[in-house]
Design a protein around this ligand. Structure first.
Ligand SMILES: [Zn+2]
Length: 287
């Protein structure tokens, strides 16, 4: 009998988990009765196997279009972090990107006058980042033993959906962040129109395709995660809708579906139903 990797709500609720109609190869996703967090029923052994796909310097390399989109996003995100930090610093704000992969956001932050570094657990990817001239440490954030309140900003992109215990990492992020500091995290939105329409066909839910996604947030559960680790929510922004993966539909059918999704992009943003979720948090200043 295999042991399930996650057997309670990762956000820390004590409520039971119920079966959903999103049926994956490892069984239906389970939903927390209190916050709606969805979790995979994958076994611990299969989860660890899927994570191995990560440590490859070529993993998840963006194509040119995706790279251009990421660069645009990085600039907008850094501008918003700076605005939230407010006030005047007499030095470059110090930022750390946790789970920084090849360090693209570290490079963008450096170019935007941040004193930026990253930490990445996959050794080959971290080495590739350093080879590209980025200041990247190998290992888990907890292993770096940063002093308290070292950073003005912490970013955590597409990490929390991989974790059985995100509360532990969130507390560590807050510990190294100064009072008044800003945290930015991104993850998928399991309450999105994309998730509702595509269900198990959404690539994001595939542990195999998206190496180790096991825990799926919604605006409510991510706000709970933030509050339970002492953060204040500054903003939650969702974007983008998709009703088919390119691999499911071809030609005209895919084109029509794509147009429908594009027409809904703006309302999805307005109603918080986009599938990409960006969360700006603040470490409260001491009262
Ligand atoms: Zn919950």
């Amino acid at each position: 009998m295999s042991v399930r990797y996650i057997d309670s709500c990762p956000v820390g609720c004590t409520a039971a988990l119920s079966t959903t109609d999103i049926v994956m190869p490892e069984g239906p996703l389970l939903s927390c009765n209190a916050c709606g967090q969805l979790v995979s029923q994958i076994s611990e052994a299969d989860y660890l196997r899927s994570m191995q796909a990560f440590d490859d310097a070529g993993f998840n390399l963006p194509d040119a279009r995706a790279a251009a989109r990421r660069a645009r996003h990085a600039g907008a995100r850094l501008a918003r972090i700076r605005a939230l930090l407010g006030g005047r610093l007499d030095r470059r704000p110090r930022l750390i990107d946790v789970g920084c992969s090849r360090g693209d956001f570290v490079a963008a932050a450096t170019a935007s006058a941040f004193d930026a570094e990253g930490v990445e657990p996959a050794p080959q990817i971290a080495a590739a980042a350093r080879a590209a001239g980025r200041k990247v440490h190998t290992g888990l954030l907890e292993e770096q033993q940063f002093a308290d309140a070292q950073f003005d900003a912490v970013s955590l992109f597409e990490v929390v959906e991989h974790l059985r215990a995100p509360l532990v990492l969130m507390r560590e992020c807050r510990r190294i962040l100064r009072p008044g500091g800003v945290m930015l995290l991104s993850t998928g939105n399991a309450a999105s129109w994309t998730a509702r329409v595509m269900k198990a066909r959404w690539d994001y839910f595939q542990t195999e395709k998206d190496a180790g996604h096991v825990s799926f947030f919604n605006p409510r559960s991510i706000a709970l995660l933030a509050e339970r680790t002492g953060f204040e929510v500054a903003a939650i922004v969702t974007s983008r809708v998709r009703f088919a993966e390119k691999s499911d539909l071809r030609g005209l059918a895919y084109g029509v579906t794509k147009l429908a999704a594009e027409a809904l992009a703006l309302p999805a943003r307005f109603y918080g139903r986009g599938h990409d979720m960006l969360v700006y948090l603040r470490n409260p200043s001491a009262a």
